[in-house]
Design a protein. Sequence first.
Length: 258
Amino acid sequence: MFKSQGEVACTAIVTGWVNTRNFLNISQISELQKDGWEILSHTVSHPKLKALTEDRVEAELSQSKSTLESWGFNVKNLVYTYNGNNAAVKNIVRKYYRSGRNGHKMLNSSDLDQYDLKSYSNELSTWHKMTTLKSQIDLAYSEKKWLIFQHHRIDAKVKISDKSGAFIFEERLSFQPSGAVGQYIKDRWSVVQFIPLSGNPQVGDTVTGRSSGASGKLERVIYNEGAALTEMIEYIHKNYPDMRIVTIDKGLDLMGMP
């Protein structure tokens, strides 16, 4: 979705999860870097850094960086686990990284703390709507500040009716006649959650599990984060053509950070 729009992003890697089920392998991460994505450290085992001794924090941060670099990745910046840090953690981060990205739901101004970069979640849900994300983009542009969006799993939820059978975890879902494809996560009552793999499911589609044969009729798209990311990029291109979509490292350059 980024490549089709001529844009790049960052991916934060927990090194202990690489090459395990449902996570990226080294080859996939390498493809992202070749496409211009920035590879960020996200520790070795994803602990709550504030709860660790300083020696453990040091090990998590130094080993994550050295492992990623041994795999051939250029790693300069960190994403804090659970959006959490403190003064002791930040002091250790300074030894190994150019910056640390946190949460806080704030924009970054010219006097930013590069070891406490602010970010917003752009995951769609009951609380996060596309109108809210667009208003954050509008505000960042009007105030000339740096907006960082952060995201975890890109998923989708749809409401179905006339369900027959039981879907199987991680099976491929076929949406016809739209031609969309997804990977099933779970369903509850009439709501099906899945990872969108290609295409955009449409109201009226028949949803079929390729392994289980389970099926249902799509009544409503509750949200589709894959389509939403594309919509968000298109919104920026259309309304703010001079607004740049950049990686963390490039953003630091533009903000004049060492």
